[in-house]
Design a protein. Structure first.
Length: 333
């Protein structure tokens, strides 16, 4: 608990006083921009693209005031999970045959430096138009490094993050960033830089009340690879309860091949990690002691891969750290 209290102290200093348009009741209620286009239309448009294999981005969704969570556009079906796990097992086996014992050698925390290219998508030069200050971006990189190093109370992972560049783009046609749309694809095709190992982070206002989404790694990394995050969810932003930078942590977890802790509910393969207890559904706010499955362990509400408030989440598990490293070696190394 001591580490957790330090985390809250560190983060609370950067919270802006301006309230984001969120109503938070018995469940987390979400902000949906008035100009957001219907999500279903974007999904259909995306499916018609020449790069139409599922993006499988993972959106940390908000719930509507009526308590019905808006559909996460990328929460995977069991069939999709099975296909992805089969591919990962195949690639990991090939790597093990190539490298032998070296494939299983321990990796020191933060020994893999991930270059980060940040694309700030703006409607205009105002803060309301997406022009967030560099200080928020640097603070987000700090949060990623602390979270993935285990400094906030969880298991250390192999990953650290180095800010390579900040690219500011004023383009009203890309603002807000609409999930699965032709404009999102155009944005990424135009801006993405680096190889499979480079994290391209796109910041802006987002469609359909989403906090963010990310592509999973796959056998062939293309221009659509990357993480999209609500600009005001960065440390010091105005997204109340979601402005400590953990949306970024959550989405980068997906980019490194983690599923939600509630993937698969109480049955099936779940999130593919043995040390995250099964969870029937997303947890909101910070419901201490919540236990939705009969299997051992209370719900992992403090895990970065759940949907709780930023102030509630602070950990990856050793199993998640191992899974991310396996996927990195298979897909991005």
């Amino acid at each position: 608990m001591g580490l957790r209290l330090n985390l809250l102290s560190r983060r609370s200093a950067g919270i802006a006083s301006t309230s984001f348009a969120l109503l938070l009741g018995a469940v987390s209620a979400g902000y949906v921009p008035a100009h957001a286009a219907p999500l279903a239309n974007h999904a259909a448009e995306h499916a018609a693209s020449e790069e139409c294999e599922p993006v499988h981005a993972n959106a940390r969704a908000k719930a509507r005031p009526d308590g019905i969570t808006e559909h996460d556009p990328n929460h995977l079906t069991e069939a999709e999970v099975a296909a992805r796990e089969s591919e990962l097992a195949e690639l990991a086996e090939k790597q093990a045959r190539r490298e032998g014992a070296a494939a299983f050698a321990p990796v020191a925390p933060a020994s893999i430096a991930i270059p980060v290219v940040v694309h700030v998508i703006q409607e205009n030069s105002t803060r309301a138009g997406g022009n967030i200050p560099d200080s928020m971006i640097h603070a987000q990189i700090d949060v990623l490094n602390e979270s993935f190093a285990g400094a906030t109370g969880g298991a250390p992972t192999a990953f650290g993050f180095t800010l390579q560049s900040i690219n500011r783009v004023t383009n009203p046609s890309w603002y807000p960033i609409n999930y699965g749309s032709s404009t999102e694809r155009s944005m990424k095709r135009s801006l993405r830089t680096g190889g499979a190992e480079t994290l391209n982070l796109y910041l802006g206002d987002l469609s359909s009340g989403l906090l963010g989404w990310a592509t999973f790694p796959k056998r062939s990394i293309n221009k659509l690879d990357g993480v999209v995050v609500l600009n005001e969810s960065l440390p010091g932003g105005t997204a109340t309860n979601y402005n400590l930078g953990d949306t970024g942590t959550h989405e980068v977890g997906h980019w490194l091949n983690l599923y939600h802790t509630f993937q698969g509910g109480c049955s099936g393969s779940g999130d593919g990690v043995s040390d995250t207890p099964a969870e029937a559904s997303p947890a909101y706010q910070c419901p201490t002691g919540r236990d939705t499955c009969s299997s051992a362990g209370v719900d992992p509400i403090h895990n970065f891969m759940d949907y709780t408030y930023d102030s509630c989440m602070y950990e990856f598990t050793p199993g998640q750290a191992s899974r991310m490293l396996t996927a990195w070696n298979a897909y991005r190394a």
